[in-house]
Design a protein around this ligand. Sequence first.
Ligand SMILES: *[C@@H]1O[C@H](CO)[C@@H](O)[C@H](O)[C@H]1NC(C)=O
Length: 287
Amino acid sequence: MAAVPLLNGSTTTSEDGFDESEKLFALDRRSKHWLCKDNIKWALLGCSLLGVTIGLSVGVAIIVVQSWQTPSNLSCLKQSSAASPITNDLDITYHIQHFNGSFLNENIYRQAASPEVDAAWEALGVNYRSVLVPQEIGEKVGLASDQVQVNEKYGGGFPANVEGLHQLHCLNLLRQSLYYNIDYYREKGEGAFQNKDHILKKHVSHCLDIIRQQLMCTVDIGVLGQVWYKNEGDEYPNAFVDFNTKHVCRNYDDIRKWAEEHQLPDEVPEDYLQPPRPGDRIYEGVP
Ligand SMILES: *[C@@H]1O[C@H](CO)[C@@H](O)[C@H](O)[C@H]1NC(C)=O
């Protein structure tokens, strides 16, 4: 029968006298020798060193790439703001601020016209005099050499206004011109209210449009959620927008202080401004 020799062959011992299992056993002994305690130690040490090296390299690479991708405050500022003499003197910093979005509780800035309300707005720096921008940095901050300058005999430089403070000045004028405030300020007849009505109207609409452009320029991409509220006697709660949201804000007060400290003198001589030089642009009317 054909099946018998096959069966025999698989059970015979090999010719050199070693039994198959003995060969296997010898091999096992050799590999056991290779895997002796010392070798394992070295291998483990090598692996750990390799691991640490790879780990450190990856860590350093991540930090380097992150530092490329996370721009510094200064490089953000350069992308989001016009050049400014202010950044020569102070750091623009950012912090989280909760807006007061109360609908019914009026803080001092929004109450009906009064000396207290005016003082609160004044304290924001809305009526500061122009600042002086040194001649050397004029060009760097966007001031052309044929723009108005202080007479060289008084030290030169450019009279200028911080835009943010001008925008707040504008918002204050809108406040003063509100239908429920305007009589109060007309009566006082100060600032913009010294002008004839048609000029005041231009001033107010100029201010409105400057604020429009600024709000669009730095358009706020945060979102306003809604909350439930129930007035006394209401059976069911109603939904209402919650305007008390978190914002990332600049250090306004430091900037205000800078503008306060850099104001031109209160009283200046008649010839304080350098007259236009030949070739300087002279506009045909108010721009
Ligand atoms: C907002 O201001 C009003 C008036 O000063 C005050 O009553 C209210 O508590 C403030 N709300 C928040 C959320 O700070």
